[in-house]
Design a protein around this ligand. Structure first.
Ligand SMILES: [Zn+2]
Length: 251
């Protein structure tokens, strides 16, 4: 268990959904069919208000046709990037909101936490209306991204987060696709996460994790990892508003 701060509010408020779509999480390449995902998607109807995740200054607002925010021009269609007024690990924190239908702010403007900065859309490279939400650490660059689930406050009071660093014996991150996080207490979910796609993303500078899950209901879980023809089991506890960190060196 680590003392952990989740410094960002969720950028969609009820009746909209701030749940992160589980099919294409941060770090996933969707079984090799899509680019590695640099953010988290929140599916919502077009026009749902998008809120600033923390106070800050607008460093970009509008179409990304000429500004390279993603891997190619017009990747996010319309986007807003905020630079926040706090640092983590000595580095500035930025958030990006992509595929917006409308943009309600201008570059240079100061925004309060929770202010409406635009609305959900499907512009750019998007399948259906959703908010693509990114956390960027240090610089406003596509490869400076962090897993939003380690930054966003859990959706409910009884939830916490899990991060794992799964390596080989030499300490290098191992790409693993056969992982089960099984709730042991009544009512807890069972999840089937994968590590980030190989060599893609460095993880948080404090953790160097290669897998993270947010908004996990508190309680006891068993992590089962199938690797190298063996089954590895570890029991963990998730606590409200805490981060549970698991380091495991596999053969
Ligand atoms: Zn996305």
């Amino acid at each position: 268990m680590l003392p952990w701060r989740f410094p960002l509010r969720r950028p969609i408020a009820p009746p909209g959904s701030s749940a992160i779509a589980p099919t294409y999480p941060f770090g996933s390449d969707y079984h090799g069919l899509r680019p590695v995902h640099h953010g988290a998607d929140m599916e919502n109807p077009r026009g749902t208000p998008v809120l600033a995740a923390a106070a800050g200054v607008v460093v970009f607002a509008g179409a990304d046709q000429h500004a390279l925010l993603g891997p190619t021009p017009n990747f996010y269609g319309q986007a807003v990037v905020l630079r926040h007024d706090f640092a983590v690990a000595g580095q500035p924190v930025l958030t990006l909101y992509g595929h917006l239908d409308t943009v309600a702010v201008q570059a240079g403007q100061t925004v309060a936490a929770g202010a409406v900065i635009g609305t959900v859309g499907s512009r750019g490279v998007a399948i259906g209306p959703h908010l693509h939400f990114e956390v960027r650490l240090g610089t406003n660059a596509y490869d400076a991204v962090q897993n939003p689930v380690l930054w966003l406050q859990p959706s409910a009071a009884g939830e916490g987060a899990l991060a794992m660093r799964l390596t080989d014996a030499a300490g290098q991150p191992r790409h693993l696709t056969d992982i089960v996080v099984r709730g042991l207490d009544a009512g807890l979910p069972t999840l089937y996460p994968q590590t980030y796609a190989p060599a893609a993303l460095p993880g948080d500078p404090r953790l160097h994790e290669n897998l993270a899950l947010g908004s996990l209901p508190a309680g006891r879980y068993e992590v089962e990892i199938t690797c190298c023809g063996r089954l590895f089991r570890r029991q963990i506890v998730i606590q409200p508003y805490r981060l549970t960190f698991v380091r495991l060196a596999l053969p």
